[in-house]
Design a protein around this ligand. Structure first.
Ligand code: DAK
Length: 259
């Protein structure tokens, strides 16, 4: 049996997923993408997980889709590969808990698309981001033309996708692709600390706020406001909402029950 391509370790309330094929710079082959779908399913079924951190072993986060595997694909197989990649990115995106990409090195092509499927990105000062597919005569195939554009806007996403050149971590932060930069040896701990902080908040509230933002991001603003209003009403029926406000008024820490 093939060794696991993704390690899934618990750090308190945080699931730490590590892409673990460093000899191939964690490039995303079918087996990795299928494993990501399975691991997201396991995490989604485990209520004790309150946040996910995704990182890479070695000097890459992920250097793209696996070029060696893609080279042999006939058009219909390439379509199936792209669909598999989309399912993998969507299963990460659909998790109800916050997901943080801790980008430790190269995040190129499918690797950058994978980072963009997380809720936000922290990066090492050594990270590099790019969509170099045009250098290979390809275009992005795992959502790079859509998620990146929503994150950094059309001008930068066009420069990245059409120009094909990578950018450094400081530039990635400046254009809003990366939220925060850390020294390489502090990156994963910082992302886990952010997950730990989320674990102290109301779990239903965090999940509901994430869902509202995801479901309304492409909606007309009036529809987005309506989705928020309905969700605000629903969350007001939760025990956690009463507990959170009671705890504030009684000057104590809340004890949330996810109900
Ligand atoms: N795939 C397969 N192997 C890769 C790889 C990749 N993306 N990136 C690196 N490797 C492998 C190298 O072949 C090498 O293997 P060995 O020769 O040791 O066996 C090993 O990792 C170390 O890489 P290097 O020797 O090249 O290391 P360097 O430090 O010299 O260079 C690098 C690092 C990241 C600059 C370089 O490896 C590089 O340029 N890598 C390729 C980056 C890239 O072009 N990424 C985009 C991939 S394309 C679609 C579906 C999906 C996609 C598109 C369409 N459809 C179905 C339509 C997605 C496309 C992509 O992501």
């Amino acid at each position: 049996m093939d060794p696991d391509r993704i390690r899934n370790e618990r750090r308190g309330s945080v699931a730490l997923l590590t892409l673990d094929r460093p000899k191939a710079l964690n490039s995303l082959d079918s087996a990795t993408l299928e494993e990501l779908i399975v691991k997201c399913g396991q995490i989604g079924a485990d209520e004790s997980v309150r946040a996910v951190v995704l990182t890479g072993e070695g000097r890459a986060f992920a250097a793209g889709a696996d070029i060696a595997e893609m080279r042999g694909l006939a058009p219909l197989e390439a379509d199936a590969f792209s669909q598999l990649g989309h399912r993998a990115m969507s299963s990460l995106e659909a998790l109800s808990v916050p997901t943080i990409a801790a980008v430790n090195g190269y995040a190129l092509g499918g690797g950058c698309e994978l980072a963009c499927a997380c809720d936000w990105i922290y990066a090492s000062t050594k990270a590099r981001f790019g969509q170099p597919e045009v250098s290979l005569g390809l275009i992005p195939g795992f959502g790079g033309t859509s998620r990146l554009l929503r994150r950094v806007g059309p001008a930068w996403s066009k420069e990245l996708v059409l120009g094909g050149e990578a950018i450094d971590a400081e530039t990635a932060q400046r254009i809003g692709l990366v939220n925060r930069l850390f020294a390489p040896d502090e990156l994963v701990a910082a992302a886990i600390a952010a997950g730990d902080a989320i674990a102290t908040k109301g779990p239903l509230a965090v999940a509901t706020a994430k869902r509202v933002m995801q479901d309304s991001q492409d909606a007309d603003v009036r529809v987005a406001h309506a989705i928020e209003q309905v969700a605000f009403g629903l969350i007001s029926a939760s025990a956690d909402r009463n507990e959170g406000m009671d705890a504030f008024l009684e000057k104590r820490d809340p004890n949330f029950s996810n109900k």
